[in-house]
Design a protein around this ligand. Structure first.
Ligand SMILES: [Fe+2]
Ligand SMILES: [Fe+2]
Length: 281
């Protein structure tokens, strides 16, 4: 019988609402889908919706996360820099210049098997001048594949085209490629021809009635009036979503056997939150 492992991959946690929905739903989903391990993107998990802190890493771990991935907002709170370098359960995009705190790949043990999680960031429509993600991941994989063939890649990128290209570039080389950063779940999850599971974006954990997690009112100021006259505030009202996919992997081959989208819209959790997030920086 084929031995398999199941991984739940969860999109960007958006501030306090994202942490609350993860806390409530991660255990339920774990049980429902018989999940062995959870990978979650924490780049927006801090209270102001940008970055993360050592405390938040501990919170996510305590509520079921195995590895925490990040993205362009990872540098927001300086207190996380030491954790990025010292901890082996949090990653930042691998294609930041060498010398930056942290690392781009993390390993964990799931059901007795070594699993690698790689974080890499796109360059199209992104501000940070990074090294080529394609060449970067190619050389990283030569090292990672000596350790395991169960490998996941969080490709933190804006452009759908760049994400699709990365998915196909890595087909047959890793178990799963999932996009993050745009915060809106895409419906294109599938197993590619050579066995790599793929989805363009996992979506996010945050308020449904928001602009990618932020309050509409302040964002609208920015679209209507330049220069920007207000400050973005994390939305905590209304339904809070938890988005991602779960992927089943054959541990012998490292190939994906199944990918399924997960979408929760919790109608009651916002009543437990402080809906004025403006002071939560
Ligand atoms: Fe994000
Ligand atoms: Fe991002």
């Amino acid at each position: 019988m084929t031995k398999t492992l199941r991984f739940l991959c969860v999109g960007d946690i958006m501030g306090q609402p994202g942490l609350a929905v993860f806390q409530r739903w991660a255990p339920k989903l774990k049980e429902k889908y018989a999940i062995d391990s959870i990978i979650v993107n924490g780049e927006n998990a801090a209270k102001n919706g940008k970055g993360l802190t050592p405390k938040i890493i501990d919170f996510l771990k305590q509520h079921g996360a195995s590895i925490i991935t990040t993205g362009n907002h990872v540098w927001e709170h300086r207190e996380v820099y030491a954790a990025l370098s010292e901890r082996d359960d949090v990653v930042r995009p691998a294609n930041y210049p060498s010398g930056c705190p942290g690392k781009g790949v993390a390993f964990c043990t799931v059901g007795g098997y070594t699993v690698a999680v790689i974080n890499v960031m796109g360059r199209v429509f992104m501000r940070d001048p990074l090294d080529c993600p394609f060449r970067g991941i190619e050389s990283l994989l030569t090292f990672v594949r000596t350790k395991t063939n169960i490998i996941f890649v969080d490709f933190h990128a804006e452009a759908t085209s760049e994400k699709r290209a990365m998915g196909m570039f890595l087909d047959g080389k890793v178990s799963g490629v999932f996009g993050t950063h745009t915060h809106v779940q895409t419906a294109d999850e599938h197993i590619q021809p050579l066995g790599t599971a793929y989805v363009t974006d996992l979506g996010s954990c945050g308020a449904l009635n928001s602009v990618i997690g932020m309050q509409y009112e302040q964002v609208m100021q920015r679209f209507l009036y330049h220069p920007f006259m207000g400050k973005f505030v994390v939305e905590a009202r209304g339904p809070i979503t938890m988005c991602g996919v779960w992927i089943e992997v054959d541990v012998q081959t490292g190939k994906a056997l199944k990918i399924e989208r997960v979408y929760i819209a919790d109608e009651t959790i916002s009543s437990t939150l402080d809906t004025d997030q403006s002071s939560k920086v």
